[in-house]
Design a binder for this molecule. Structure first.
Ligand code: SF4
Ligand code: SF4
Length: 291
């Protein structure tokens, strides 16, 4: 297949190998714009390999997320067959066999960026569904084998005490720990900081929208945004990674769902170097759909 170049403004690429997850966190970002379609087709491994290996990623890493990306049945085969020069980041809840992971993969398979706040394996800590001591043990195993790993908590109002305890345990074990903003509603109050507050008011409006992120769903579809991806809004998919004529464009696209966006798209966020002040999307409102 011919080489596919990323648009210059594209600064993040995430491939959601599966949306399946063994945990059921009450505040899961996958469900923040409606119930996520977790059980869905997942692209056969060779189509992932062919689709991803022909992309010129430049300096942008390829991030695997989900769901829990390691739950994809071909995760290790895919990691083995991807071009060795592709810089890989992994977003995971670590609910897998860490010994198997260590035996199958080397730290060199992952992005080797040396910036102190950059962790190529970013482990999410969800106090309501995880055992903190077990998580620390797994992270230590990876760290002892030189994997570049850190734990990321979430400042949900119910997590405060557990996050403090996790910070203490991580510090004692010389593990990187960082707390990210909780995005979504709790007790009728919206948490998070947003570039487009009207994007979350529940009132559908017409807009045009473009994103700097390349978001690829489990079935290989490329979506306009996280909302479309999580809800499996296939009619809004803009391309498929397995298309031999794939072209990735950085353009404004029409949307009728402005108002029901996913917080992840419209938040003011840290980039992968943990620098604050970024928003993935640019939205221009047209008019109210109901007018
Ligand atoms: S671990 Fe992550 S993907 Fe799984 S339910 Fe919790 S927040 Fe959602
Ligand atoms: S306006 Fe919101 S729902 Fe529509 S494409 Fe943009 S982020 Fe997605």
């Amino acid at each position: 297949m011919k080489t596919v170049k990323l648009p210059e403004r594209c600064n993040y690429i995430e491939t959601y190998l599966t949306l399946r997850c063994p945990l059921e966190c009450s505040y899961c970002i996958n469900n923040q714009s409606g119930k996520a379609a977790r059980e869905r087709a997942e692209l056969p491994v060779q189509q992932w390999v062919d689709g991803l290996n022909r992309i010129d990623f430049g300096n942008v890493p390829l991030t695997f997320g989900g769901g829990e990306p390691t739950f994809n049945r071909d995760f290790y085969t895919l990691m083995d067959r991807l071009r060795p020069d592709i810089h890989i980041d992994l977003l995971t809840n670590l609910q897998f066999d860490v010994d198997k992971f260590i035996s199958k993969l080397s730290p060199e398979r992952f992005n080797n960026c040396k910036l102190p706040a950059y962790k190529s394996i970013r482990v999410s800590y969800h106090a309501e569904t995880m055992d903190s001591s077990a998580l620390i043990k797994k992270v230590l195993k990876l760290q002892d084998k030189d994997f570049n790993v850190g734990i990321f908590g979430l400042n949900h109002p119910l997590n405060i005490q557990q996050n403090m305890e996790m910070a203490d345990m991580a510090c004692k074990n010389r593990i990187f720990f960082f707390i990210k903003d909780f995005l979504g509603e709790y007790n009728d109050k919206m948490f998070g900081f947003y570039n487009y507050p009207d994007a979350l008011d529940g009132i559908p409006k017409k807009a045009t929208c473009r994103t700097r992120e390349l978001l690829i769903g489990p079935e290989g579809n490329i979506y306009r945004c996280h909302r479309d991806l999580y809800l499996l809004d296939v009619d809004s998919a803009v391309a498929n990674i397995s298309d031999p004529d794939l072209k990735i464009e950085y353009i404004f696209r029409p949307c009728k769902n402005y108002g029901n966006c996913n917080p992840c798209d419209v938040k003011i966020k840290t980039n992968r170097f943990l620098q604050m002040g970024h928003c993935s999307v640019e939205i221009i409102e047209q008019d109210n759909v109901n007018k």
